[in-house]
Ligand binder design. Structure first.
Ligand code: ZN
Length: 251
């Protein structure tokens, strides 16, 4: 396991893992921590307790013991397997995310556990859900519904430090589709641009700036208009084909 840690603003810690940084995904995957006064807010739980435990050890040895609030940005397997470590804590998600994990969590686990799990994965559902948003007022931390990459995607906003965590909704170089509603996806990304975020954290890759959001919007607009696109880079072309395949056939 190689994990990189980057400080984001005054109270954000981005832990970046590389287990998915090979075929067919070729991306790092992040767990993002906001260190509130009262609690640690853990955005996504990656591939299980094995990977999350060193993060907890680090937090508690450097910043002391606090309660944990876990946030699942969406239901996909690479974001939720570490929930099992936190079954006695608040695990927050959008109501659709919980429903999707309930529906597909076991199946996705069976499909990917052999390749990516370090221990027996237990699917643990969120125990608190919201439909629009919820706010931990004392820590100025907000979770809000932001469908796009998937229908169940939501985001986290640190109102104090103006740090926005967008999960899989923004990706470099192209967004990755697992939902058909591109109009709503574009609205979500436009909403991000209207927020006063100073730091923008994504799930797969380093901290980004707004221009990537604008590029992702431009790409989605092209897809929506059925414009023919070509990319000189083979990997990018492949990603574009994956998106077209999803739109044409869904899976
Ligand atoms: Zn995803």
């Amino acid at each position: 396991m190689t994990v990189n840690m980057t400080k984001v603003g005054r109270r954000g810690l981005l832990f970046s893992f590389d287990e998915l940084n090979k075929a067919p995904y070729y991306c790092t995957t992040n767990v993002f921590i906001l260190m509130g006064h009262k609690r640690y807010y853990v955005c996504d739980t990656y591939l299980g307790a094995y990977y999350m435990t060193p993060i907890l050890t680090y937090l508690e040895s450097h910043y002391g013991k606090k309660d944990y609030v876990i946030f699942n940005s969406h239901s996909h397997w690479d974001h939720i397997w570490g929930n099992s470590l936190f079954h006695n804590h608040l695990i927050v998600s959008h109501e659709k995310c919980r429903a999707f994990i309930q529906l597909e969590g076991e199946e996705e686990m069976k499909a990917h556990a052999d390749s990516y799990a370090k221990e027996q994965v237990e699917i643990v559902l969120p125990n608190v859900t919201f439909s629009h948003s919820m706010v931990f007022e004392d820590d100025e931390v907000e979770f809000f519904y932001s469908p796009g990459h998937s229908e169940d995607s939501s985001s986290c906003y640190d109102r104090q430090e103006k740090i926005l965590f967008v999960g899989d909704n923004v990706e470099a170089p192209l967004p990755s589709l697992s939902w058909h509603d591109m109009e709503q996806y574009i609205l979500t990304l436009q909403h991000y641009l209207e927020m006063d975020a100073k730091h923008i954290v994504i799930s797969h890759g380093p901290v980004i700036n707004r221009s990537l959001i604008r590029d992702n919007i431009a790409y989605l607009c092209n897809l929506k208009r059925h414009n023919k696109l070509t990319f000189s880079d083979n990997d990018i072309m492949q990603k574009h084909h994956d998106n077209l395949n999803f739109l044409n056939h869904g899976n």
